[in-house]
Design a protein around this ligand. Structure first.
Ligand SMILES: [Zn+2]
Ligand SMILES: [Zn+2]
Length: 445
């Protein structure tokens, strides 16, 4: 008879004389084995779902068939499913008495690229994107997230006598273009449906399976786009005194803007500006009228971000002033904000995940990539975003020691997670994380 930690922790008076930590660890281990047995028996179906989704990926806002597959799975489990929330997104609700509402999010979308893994279930699918035909592949592993999401839902429904509250499972479109979370919110995600009290999401990465990485606070970066048009006055390359040279301004800006990073920003804080494109001019002996630059800006903290944007704008204007040119046209396009994990949610899940995974659950530095889950956090859902590994631990160790090849990362055409241990870890970690929060906030605490 499993008197699990949930009830034990909730009525700890009985065990007041026992060391609570030891008691909790013991019971989490017990609960983990209950979850593992459930996942093991569900796995063949999840494997089939994973391989089907992997072989037939769909790109941002085209995820109609993928969403329909998930909707069918969730209806079978007894969830109340609403489709087409934020174009192709879906919301699945499962009510189980009084308690908090907890959101679990997966992404739906794949990438416009060719898969080169050679796996039996590799994608050969193509689609039309931005007016061009392209291959499509789940090279970011969002298919792993979907299988873990369905498996977590199934496991939590199987354990429904051990928690009370509401599950809000959402499948979000278009994460790769940073537009899907916004689309779901704009379509009434937190007004047509209950606004969750807490939220969770996971992402896979090129490290050992069975390992779960997390942080308190910042988990991913702020992303902003940069567009600058330097306006000059065109003319003959041999008569520069009759022109205002925008190529000169662009060249000076590309170099000088890095002093914002090295001189203005605190060197101990993360911040990057990279100019990825310069367009201007047509011939060697013609000074053009204008030159356009575009770039990307990454940061973790909003104050660092603000400082960088101000410095970039000031540098661009100063460069134009030096040439006695008109003010440049400067546009910042706000991409996505940093994911910031809630200290309370992490502290609650941490106790349970540490007991379940030992040193395979550990803190790691934030990633410099960006992720639009931050939209849900900024809409007021305290959350925890964590990462799970996908490769054999021996291959990861060999790559680290320089004794084996580097392992393909997310967005590589060779990215190939080992499905079973990766999905099982995703389900176990997510199920335990959700249960820990239900337990901590049982009875409206
Ligand atoms: Zn990605
Ligand atoms: Zn991704």
């Amino acid at each position: 008879m499993n008197k699990v930690f949930l009830t034990l922790l909730a009525s700890s008076a009985l065990f007041a004389s026992l060391p609570l930590r030891a008691q909790a660890e013991l019971d989490v281990v017990n609960l983990k084995s209950v979850i593992q047995r459930s996942v093991e028996s569900d796995y063949p179906k999840l494997d089939a779902l994973y391989k089907d989704i992997h072989a037939h990926p769909e790109i941002a806002f085209q995820e109609e068939k993928t969403a329909a597959k998930l909707a069918a799975e969730m209806r079978t489990l007894g969830f109340d499913v609403t489709e087409h929330v934020g174009k192709t997104g879906l919301v699945a609700i499962y009510k189980n008495g009084d308690g908090p509402t907890i959101m679990v999010r997966t992404e739906l979308d794949a990438l416009p690229m060719e898969e080169k893994t050679g796996l039996a279930y590799a994608s050969a699918d193509k689609t039309i994107w931005q007016g061009r035909e392209t291959f499509v592949a789940h090279s970011c592993g969002h298919d792993i997230h979907m299988a873990s999401w369905v498996g977590t839902a199934k496991t939590l429904v199987g354990l429904k006598d051990r928690w009370h509250g509401t599950l809000m499972f959402i499948a979000q479109p278009a994460e790769e273009i940073g537009a899907g979370a916004k689309a779901m919110l704009a379509d009434g995600l937190f007004t047509r449906f209950p606004k969750p009290n807490f939220g969770f999401a996971l992402h896979d990465g090129a490290f050992a399976y069975g390992t779960v990485l997390y942080t308190v606070g910042i988990r991913s970066s702020n992303l902003d786009g940069l567009y600058i048009k330097f306006r000059g006055r065109g003319g003959h390359g041999a008569v520069p005194q009759a022109t205002i040279d925008p190529v000169m301004m662009a060249a000076r800006f590309v170099v000088d803007v890095q002093s914002v990073i090295s001189r203005e920003k605190d060197p101990t804080e993360f911040g990057v500006v990279s100019i990825g494109a310069i367009h201007g001019g047509t011939a060697a002996n013609i000074i053009p009228d204008d030159v356009v630059l575009s770039g990307t800006i990454r940061s973790f903290k909003s104050e660092v971000r603000a400082k960088m944007l101000a410095g970039i704008e000031r540098t661009a204007k100063a460069v134009a002033a030096m040439s006695n040119a008109p003010e440049p046209e400067i546009k910042f396009t706000e991409g996505v904000k940093a994911v910031i994990n809630d200290a309370g949610v992490v502290a609650t899940a941490e106790k349970v995940l540490k007991a379940a995974f030992g040193d395979k659950f550990r803190p790691s530095p934030p990633v410099t990539a960006s992720e639009d889950y931050s939209e849900f956090i900024n809409a007021g859902v305290p959350s925890m975003f964590f990462n799970i590994g996908v490769y054999e631990p021996e291959r990861v160790a060999a790559a680290r020691e320089g004794e084996g090849p580097q392992l393909p990362t997310n967005h590589s055409p060779l990215f190939a997670p080992v499905p079973k241990p990766t999905i099982e870890t995703g389900i176990e970690a997510m199920t335990l994380a959700v249960l820990s929060v239900f337990d901590e906030h049982a009875g409206g605490k």
